[in-house]
Ligand binder design. Structure first.
Ligand code: DMJ
Length: 431
């Protein structure tokens, strides 16, 4: 179950690269021009009935990073020739921002091709109506052609995970409106925190009232915290820095849970701080990376050990676990990257080979259980290891990129001027 030391980094980087190519070639063969591939049935999947080229846009910077020059050129040509946002579809503002806007911006910064920036600007403009609410916090959906909005019930992640992409777009186009809208959204959300500095799970963007007061660091909230810190890093934004400091202190005080099974971050009521659940899952595993980035290597290390325990419980991590009883609550594995991302940040900060061992363990189990003839697929259950039928675009954007970066020479990515968005698109501080 555990990879045996020592880990041969060069050999592992080559293996990850080969598996990326296996996945990309399957996409090319069976789903070219569509959003995503269903690897078992070898069919394409489009999120909204028509393609927004999710996989090519999400994969472009990984193709470049891994040195697949021909494939990158072909993907870029597909994007600039075929991608149009003039579509009568209601899209999720958050997903389209982190995957498409993020991918177009990093693609532009890596290639210098102004057509990618033009596409990003067009997409950004079409998303702007989402911010037209009484509170300034965006609706969940916007129609790309008409600007019609919907989805007043939103959550911190969808409201607060826009500022890296919108802010970068402002810097690159000299149009301040993008940064201003996204900044107001994250500030308005923060303003509605409880007296003990926590946010809940669901909020009405028209009234500003909380719909769910469950406070945790999992899905629906996770990347709001990530972006508070990263916004301060990428833009030197002092408000975000101060919002991050207040928030992480509250998380460490109220959510951190010293259980017999290790350090975890559970769920509490945002007003009282009373513990409501001891659930933790694959999405929560982004937190070690963010703790490390903020300088808290000690907590980052301890939490990653807990995450690794979650992974090795069945040989691959479940979507959700009860860490007090170590029982699985949601048994699926969605090919998620977070635990690997955290291992990479920890390895960069500590140079401890343990994180290479973890990385090899992650890679070996993903290959053992998720590989198919046509790319990689999610699992219905990490207990039965029954396969589902989807290769999410973030598997190519994030999961394999972070695995590659963990094993590749450190020089492959100079982190001084780069901040990764939550979909692993490197945004460069060129301004
Ligand atoms: C990705 O789209 C992003 O990492 C997002 O922040 C969370 N969900 C997936 C990966 O798990």
């Amino acid at each position: 179950m555990f990879a045996a030391p020592p880990v041969d980094r060069a050999a592992m980087a080559a293996k990850v690269r080969a598996e990326f190519l296996h996945s990309w070639k399957a996409y090319e063969q069976y789903a070219w021009g569509h959003d995503e591939l269903r690897p078992l049935t070898k069919q394409p999947r489009d999120w909204y009935g028509q393609s927004l080229l999710m996989t090519p846009v999400d994969s472009l910077d990984t193709l470049i990073l891994m040195g697949f020059d021909n494939e990158a050129q072909k993907a870029k040509t597909l994007i600039v020739d075929r991608l149009s946002f003039d579509k009568d579809i209601d899209v999720k503002v958050f997903e389209v921002t982190i995957r498409l806007l993020g991918g177009l911006l990093s693609g532009y910064q890596l290639t210098g091709d102004a057509r990618l920036l033009h596409l990003a600007d067009d997409l950004g403009a079409r998303l702007l109506p989402a911010f037209n609410t009484p509170t300034g916090m965006p609706y969940m959906y916007v129609n790309l052609r008409t600007g019609k909005t919907s989805g007043a019930r939103s959550n911190p992640a969808e409201i607060g995970t826009l500022i890296l992409e919108f802010g970068t777009l402002s810097k690159l186009t000299n149009k301040p409106v993008y940064f201003e809208k996204a900044k107001r959204a994250i500030v308005e959300l923060y303003k509605r925190r409880s007296k003990i500095d926590l946010v809940g799970e669901e909020i009405d963007v028209e009234t500003g009232a909380w719909v769910s007061k469950a406070s945790h660091v999992g899905g629906g909230i996770d990347s709001y915290y990530e972006y508070l810190l990263k916004c301060s890093r990428l833009f030197g934004d002092k408000d975000c820095e101060s919002m991050w400091k207040t928030s992480i202190a509250a998380l460490n005080k109220h959510l951190a849970d010293e259980a017999p099974t290790g350090l975890w971050y559970g769920e509490v009521d945002m007003d009282s701080g009373k513990r409501t659940s001891s659930e933790f899952g694959a999405l929560h595993a982004f937190l070690p990376a963010v703790l490390v980035m903020s300088g808290d290597v000690k907590r980052g290390r301890r939490l990653e050990e807990s995450c690794f325990r979650m992974w090795t419980l069945r040989g691959i991590e479940p979507e959700v676990l009860d860490y007090r009883t170590m029982t699985i609550k949601h048994a699926g594995y969605q090919l998620r990257p977070e635990i690997i991302e955290s291992a990479w940040y920890l390895h960069r900060a500590t140079h401890d080979d343990r994180y290479l061992m973890m990385g090899q363990t992650f890679f070996d189990s993903i290959v053992a259980h998720c590989r198919t003839e046509a790319g990689y697929t999610t699992l219905k259950s990490v207990v039965t290891m029954e396969k589902s039928d989807l290769m999410p675009s973030y598997f190519l954007a994030e999961t394999l990129k972070y695995l590659y970066l963990l094993f590749a020479p450190d020089a492959a990515m100079n982190m001084d001027k780069v901040v990764f968005n939550t979909e692993a698109h490197p945004l460069r501080r060129t301004w």
